[in-house]
Design a protein around this ligand. Structure first.
Ligand code: NAD
Ligand code: ZN
Length: 362
């Protein structure tokens, strides 16, 4: 199977997702863009800078006229307009113009913030995603959603802006903490549940080697997940319909994330939300109740939490009313018709949701 996945929108080619085991191939990929006389600003966070900036900057500097970098302190709390403002200041000071590029080197926080700056600086300049967390390699770097948080509101300010390239170095996953790796697995398991029962089985079977981060298996996993995400976003680039299926586990997951004061990682909350969505699907008679035990098995194998303490169903359901996926008073909830097949349900009651939350509030 090819390590290059082209992404189209409305039938027209947009960008390639390229997966390799080192950063070296980035030089070949950048050279397609004819960057003679151009500048590239590498945007990254403090953790990723200490691990990979020197290596990536050396590669980038061989492809363009001027390379600069912008480093901000790691953490979701810095994905905000203040950081965007300092990035704009750097770009203005260094006289970046509309033909220059930004390159996001890091996880979803870096990708979202850099993408948003690229979408808005001079009404939009080109940017490249070089995702380094599992969550960003399988999810946030693909699809062109960019944005920052505003006060307490997550991803409140943003834009759709497609990258010119997503370059994924699988081996960067080796340095990720166990907790961050397991959080990314939340989105991976979700991909199996919404689209591909055999992938879900494969994940379960190969959990030990994936947990050991054997690169061949990680590559296969990231590739299959990218195919699934690509397929969904191509059909619905601006989230009018089918792309909502990627929100499996997110309506209740976001509420749990918020109620935990963001102490629980995003992918872990998505996993908990997937348990609840599955429980609701079982209560509706859509799938067998044995599936819940299988999901626990998969999540345990990847070190994902399967329950939360000190949060009530009442508070979780209350918070879903503010969810952005609520459309003129209706929550577009994602349920499972079967393993590997999700659908949008607009008929859920508060009681349906509370009952579905029972297994995780033990
Ligand atoms: P993150 O970017 O904060 O990265 C997690 C931590 O890992 C950070 O401390 C980072 O410095 C560190 N890190 C990154 N790469 C590393 C590596 N290779 N080795 C060691 N440490 C490394 O978090 P994330 O989980 O990647 O992304 C979460 C963000 O993504 C959230 O802000 C969320 O809103 C956003 N998101 C966006 C989309 C989208 O479609 N745009 C989708 C899902 C999530
Ligand atoms: Zn998510």
């Amino acid at each position: 199977m090819s390590n290059r996945i082209p992404v189209h929108m409305n039938g027209a080619f947009q960008y390639d997702i390229v997966m390799e085991m080192t950063f070296d191939g980035l030089e070949r990929e950048l050279n397609q863009f004819n960057l003679q006389g151009r500048r590239i600003c590498i945007v990254t966070d403090s953790n990723v800078a200490s691990l990979y900036l020197e290596e990536v900057e050396a590669i980038v500097s061989r492809c363009c006229q001027v390379t600069s970098h912008f480093i901000f302190p790691a953490g979701e709390e810095n994905k905000n307009l203040d950081t965007v403002r300092s990035l704009y200041e750097t770009l203005i000071e260094k006289q970046y113009d509309r033909h220059d590029f930004l390159l996001a080197l890091g996880g979803g926080v870096v990708g979202d913030l850099c993408g948003f700056a690229a979408a808005t600086y001079l009404r939009g300049i080109s940017f490249i995603q070089v995702p380094t967390t599992l969550l960003s390699q399988v999810d946030s770097s693909i699809g062109g959603k960019t944005g920052v948080d505003f006060d307490a509101y997550k991803n409140m300010v943003g834009a759709f802006h497609m990258p010119k390239l997503v370059y994924t170095n699988i081996s960067a996953l080796k340095t990720l903490s166990d907790e961050q790796f397991s959080s990314g697995m939340g989105e991976v398991v979700k991909h199996g549940l919404i689209r591909d029962a055999s992938y879900y089985e494969w994940l379960k079977e190969h959990a030990p080697v994936i947990q050991k981060r054997e690169l061949g298996y990680l590559e296969e996993m990231v590739r299959i997940s990218n195919h699934i995400k690509r397929e969904v976003v191509e059909k619905d680039p601006t989230e009018q319909g089918d792309r909502a299926l990627l929100n499996l586990g997110h309506t209740l997951g976001h509420a749990i994330e918020k109620l935990s004061d963001f102490k629980f990682l995003h992918g872990h909350c998505v996993g908990l939300g997937c348990i609840a969505a599955m429980a609701i699907s079982i209560n509706k008679g859509l799938i067998s109740d044995q599936e819940l035990a299988r999901l626990y098995e998969v999540m345990n194998a990847f070190g994902m939490p399967v329950s939360v303490k000190s949060i009530t169903a009442h508070d979780i359901v209350g918070l879903t009313k503010n969810d952005k996926k609520m459309d003129s008073g209706t929550i577009r909830f994602i349920l499972l018709e079967q393993i590997g097949k999700a659908y949008v349900d607009t008929s859920l009651t508060d009681t349906d949701m509370s009952d579905g939350l029972l297994p995780i509030l033990a």
